[in-house]
Ligand binder design. Structure first.
Ligand SMILES: [Cu+2]
Length: 205
């Protein structure tokens, strides 16, 4: 019980330190937008399309176990940019539906050449998905303006990692102390009682 309390205390301290480190700045980390893109196989980075007046996102690119992706999954644009979604014709019927940061929904279409567009004037993060394939990971993000820093998700992972290291270090320390105690006790018994059976054997041999 006491050991567990100690662990919790030590872990809490480490986690707090880790959180402080995380807020200090990890700009290079890829945001998952609160986990929205965490299961999207074709997401690796936010593609910087700032400076462009019009940006094209393909609907039905090879991803998520079929042609179930938006390409690219995440784009960064300036406020006032028009995003044009263009259907590839692959992967069946798709649509583009706002999840947050906007309110729009395209038709559900399977044909190549169909397109749908939205102009984003307000800064913020727009999360969207394809209704039939959302569960497969057909999701996307349009970042209008600056890419937000994510203290929450990344910091959480770091905390767990740091906590794991702290526990591991603690166990290594415990094991070392245990080994020392065992060897002392063992030596004590050898010194005290070791002679009798030893000499007995010695006598028999
Ligand atoms: Cu789809």
């Amino acid at each position: 019980m006491r050991r567990r309390d100690f662990l919790r205390g030590a872990g809490g301290g480490t986690a707090a330190a880790a959180a402080a480190t995380a807020t200090a700045g990890t700009a290079s980390a890829q945001p998952s937008f609160g986990g929205w893109l965490s299961d999207v196989t074709n997401y690796s980075e936010v593609v910087d399309e700032t400076g462009a007046e019009e940006v094209t996102v393909e609907v039905g690119v090879e991803a998520n176990g079929g042609a179930f992706g938006f390409g690219p999954a995440a784009v960064q644009v300036d406020p006032g940019t028009t995003v044009v979604w263009e259907w590839t014709g692959e992967g069946g019927q798709h649509n583009v539906v706002a999840n947050s940061g906007g309110d729009f929904e395209s038709d559900l279409v399977g044909d190549a050449g169909f397109s749908y567009e939205q102009t984003f004037d307000q800064e913020g993060v727009v999360q969207y998905y394809c209704q039939p394939h959302q569960s497969l990971g057909m999701k996307g993000v349009v970042v209008v303006g600056a890419v937000p820093e994510e203290g929450g998700g990344e910091g959480g992972e770091k905390e767990l990692h740091e906590l794991g290291v702290a526990i591991q270090a603690h166990w290594v320390g415990s094991a070392t102390i245990l080994a020392i105690v065992v060897s002392i006790v063992y030596s004590f018994y050898i010194l005290k009682y070791g002679e009798t059976p030893h000499s007995g054997h010695g006598g028999a041999e």
